[in-house]
Design a protein around this ligand. Structure first.
Ligand code: GLU
Length: 491
């Protein structure tokens, strides 16, 4: 069997789309599984819309996912001579011809066909010009495009690895343009010339390209190339089953990267967009994905991009991270808040290593850690509604003051000592532990949920805890003066 060679062929006319990332991943997995090559081709023949920053984003996104390519990148803009040579061969063989129809005229004819209710197609006017006529127009220097001379009858049949047999009647296909008037090739033409030249064995791409495949197969035949095998992947859909678009949320990979999705989670998630592993296990390492990936298990119906599932999966990978590694990933997010430097000082790093395990359990993205960790870095300037309610209960001022005094006297502000102090105070006052724990949490963090109280207090340290308890005690007594304290403490 020939060595497997596959490629991803993005156009640098936009940021790396999650759909393109999924296609790249499927190609990469297929190459790795079969010990083949994964190649990258930049389809930059649209001179107006191609931008270096888009190319940069695409390369960075693929690298971030770990989808490394095995040979130097192929740039279509650097291969114009190759396309011209191959187009010349088609013209010589009578498989392509120059078309001089001016764009305005084509548009008018298109409109007329639409008005008559027929599907607009090029009417092949220039296909039937006499050699003398063609010669004359050339001499006049009239601009022209090259069109493919589509067979007028018959049909084209191909086997798609995912969808099985697909047929197109040739009369449905028109004499599409292969070289534009500026000498640049069109997508279909350059794609075929390059896939052949690069020795591509399998073209794995989005379903939106199915209608290009019959045109491309005609080009393979006309150029005398052996065609590759084709696999068209199902489109990505939103949870409402309509085509994935901005309406559903972020569509560029970079946005997920910025919100703190881990690349391993993204890879795992993207792999399941259309591929149904036979063991039905969803969490898979990169090695497992490579070993198990099989185009035979890709289903042609649409693949749903479910953000909730991505967040769940990301949370799973976050919880698996060693603390140091996760802390390192949090640095830019926390630095952005002004909580530490990037890179952090020694003290900041030590503190971060203590904070990280306390938020690790609950965060689903790196960005979410900011909301979960804020009270470690700044004193809450307000209490949320639930916390207020808890603080306004009777007897809280005295309780918080008493606790702050006892904590202040501790020489060892460890988890154990803090816990012992809190429980002892509760016992002495004839309260349940929770009746001290809840208002203490409200006072120190400004809200009612979060990591283990004793742990977070030990991390915050004595000074901050004592200060926050006293500040809350003062707040409660002010509330009382305003007549805002409510129900008795025993609830
Ligand atoms: N530039 C095309 C795209 O981004 C490539 C399609 C193909 O794989 O043939 O959709």
């Amino acid at each position: 069997m020939r060595e497997v060679r596959v490629r991803i062929a993005p156009s640098p006319t936009g940021y790396l789309h999650v759909g393109t990332a999924r296609t790249a991943l499927f190609n990469w997995l297929f190459a790795r599984k079969h010990g083949g090559k994964f190649l990258l081709r930049i389809e930059d023949t649209d001179r107006e819309r191609s931008k270096p920053e888009f190319e940069q984003d695409i390369l960075e996104g693929l690298q971030w996912l770990g989808l490394t390519w095995d040979e130097p990148i192929v740039y279509q803009s650097q291969r114009l001579l190759l396309y011209q040579r191959e187009a010349g061969r088609l013209v010589e063989r009578g498989k392509a011809y120059p078309c001089f129809c001016p764009p305005e005229e084509l548009e008018a004819r298109r409109q007329a066909m639409l008005a008559k209710g027929v599907a607009p197609k090029y009417d092949r006017k220039c296909r039937y010009l006499s050699p003398e006529e063609r010669e004359r127009l050339m001499r006049e220097g009239r601009p022209y495009v090259l069109r493919f001379a589509m067979p007028l009858e018959g049909e084209i049949v191909f086997h798609d690895i995912i969808r099985g047999e697909i047929r197109f009647a040739n009369r449905e296909l028109d004499d599409f343009v292969i070289v534009k008037s500026d000498g640049f090739p069109t997508y279909n033409f350059a794609c075929v010339v390059d896939d052949h030249d690069m020795g591509i064995t399998h073209v794995i791409r989005g379903e939106d390209h199915i209608s290009n495949t019959p045109r491309q197969l005609h080009l393979y035949a006309a150029l005398g190339y052996e065609p590759p095998q084709f696999a068209h992947l199902p489109l990505l859909l939103g949870t409402d089953r309509s085509k994935l678009s901005k309406r559903h949320g972020a569509v560029s990979l970079n946005e997920y990267r910025k919100m703190g999705i881990l690349p391993e989670a993204m890879v795992n998630f993207l792999a399941l967009l259309g591929w149904y592993p036979s063991d039905q296990q969803e969490i898979k390492t990169r090695e497992q994905l490579i070993a198990e990936f099989d185009l035979a298990d890709v289903k042609p119906s649409g693949a749903i991009f479910d953000l909730e599932k991505l967040l769940w999966m990301n949370g799973h990978y976050i919880r698996q991270k060693p603390v140091e590694e996760l802390a390192r990933l949090l640095v830019p997010y926390f630095a952005e808040q002004g909580w530490l430097h990037d890179p952090p000082t020694e003290d900041e790093w030590r503190y971060l290593l203590q904070v990280t395990p306390l938020v690790q359990e609950r965060m689903r993205t790196l960005q979410e850690a900011v909301g979960l960790a804020d009270f470690f870095y700044r004193e809450p300037d307000s209490y949320d509604e639930k916390a207020k309610e808890r603080l306004r209960k009777e007897g809280i001022t005295d309780l918080l003051m008493e606790l702050s005094n006892r904590l202040e006297a501790l020489t060892d502000f460890s988890v154990e000592q803090v816990e012992r102090t809190v429980r002892q105070l509760a016992a002495e006052k004839g309260l349940k532990a929770a009746e001290v724990i809840h208002p203490t949490r409200a006072a120190i963090t400004g809200r009612m949920e979060g990591p283990s109280l004793f742990h977070l207090m030990a991390v915050l340290g004595k000074e901050r805890c004592v200060g926050r308890l006293r500040k809350a005690a003062l707040w409660v007594s002010n509330e009382r003066e305003r007549g805002l304290t409510i129900s008795p403490q025993h609830s």
